[in-house]
Design a binder for this molecule. Structure first.
Ligand code: B1M
Length: 208
């Protein structure tokens, strides 16, 4: 059934994806397993097809929307059990970038790990990140970017934090497909996660 789910996601068939996700949950298949063994591999295939020119933006968008719907179904199953806050995380996708599936997944798993998450959405400018830090006083600021062209905006936010005298008041985490540990080091970020699970582990260590 997991392979059928993966194929339905690739096809952008929301009805089938929702039905199969619900059926797997009803069979007590853990939400993390559904994510790791069907949905994420499905999005990986969509990415490969986009790169090779085998599929185009409308199809990718359909799969992306279908993925968001499946994540909504998984969310309650990933948030069980944690009541006290491990700290506050302000998170967003940087300016010029509207990719949010991975960022929302990181936000969801952080919530599941007990963090209070303020999700700023996509296309967040350095000034907006700064304003949110001033308002919410988070322990961690998380930035996501999926485009090589939008990666530099991460540095702009860090510069804005420094200018406002707030850089040392929190930890900065970065992630997204083109982000590497080397890029995180170059930026002077405190943490990097290659995937959502690693991001949560890193966040726990940063506040621990
Ligand atoms: Co876009 N896109 N896209 N796209 N898209 C990529 C990123 C691309 C690699 C596709 C390709 O060419 N193979 C390519 C970027 C090339 C580059 O810059 N090197 C690309 C391009 C070029 C574009 C457009 C420019 C296309 C165009 O218009 N010609 C355009 C840009 C729009 C914009 O942002 N201004 C565009 C548009 C779109 C859609 C709107 C159609 C859609 C986005 C829908 C949405 O997000 N709501 C889309 C999609 C879906 C993709 C791919 C296929 C899938 C991305 C995804 O959701 N992956 C992507 C190909 C790919 O990455 N393989 C592609 C699944 C997600 C779970 O993984 O986001 O990597 P990911 O997140 C992971 C980790 O990175 C990490 O944890 C997550 C979970 O494990 N992580 C963090 C993420 N954020 C983190 C933050 C952290 C820590 C970890 O700490 C804070």
């Amino acid at each position: 059934m997991k392979d059928q789910l993966k194929q339905a996601l690739i096809a952008g068939d929301a009805g089938t994806v929702n039905a199969l996700t619900e059926a797997l949950l009803a069979q007590d298949v853990p939400a993390r397993e559904i994510l790791d063994e069907a949905l994420l591999p499905g999005m990986e295939v969509v990415g490969e097809r986009m790169r090779s020119g085998e599929c185009f933006i409308p199809e990718v968008l359909l799969s992306a929307r279908t993925m968001q719907g499946a994540l909504d179904l998984l969310r309650p199953h990933m948030l069980e059990g944690e009541s006290t806050s491990a700290g506050t995380v302000v998170i967003g996708t940087v300016e010029g970038d509207l990719h949010d599936i991975g960022k929302n997944l990181v936000a969801m798993l952080l919530q599941g790990a007990g963090f209070t998450v303020v999700n700023l959405g996509t296309g967040v400018t350095a000034a907006q990140f700064l304003a949110a830090v001033q308002q919410h006083k988070p322990q961690i600021l998380g930035m996501s970017a999926l485009l090589t062209t939008t990666l530099p905006h991460m540095g702009e936010t860090i510069a804005a934090l420094k200018e406002a005298g707030l850089r040392d008041s929190l930890r900065v985490m970065v992630g997204g497909a083109p982000v590497t540990q080397a890029w995180a080091d170059e930026l002077g970020a405190d943490g990097y996660g290659a995937n959502a699970g690693m991001a949560v582990e890193r966040a726990k260590r940063l506040v621990g």
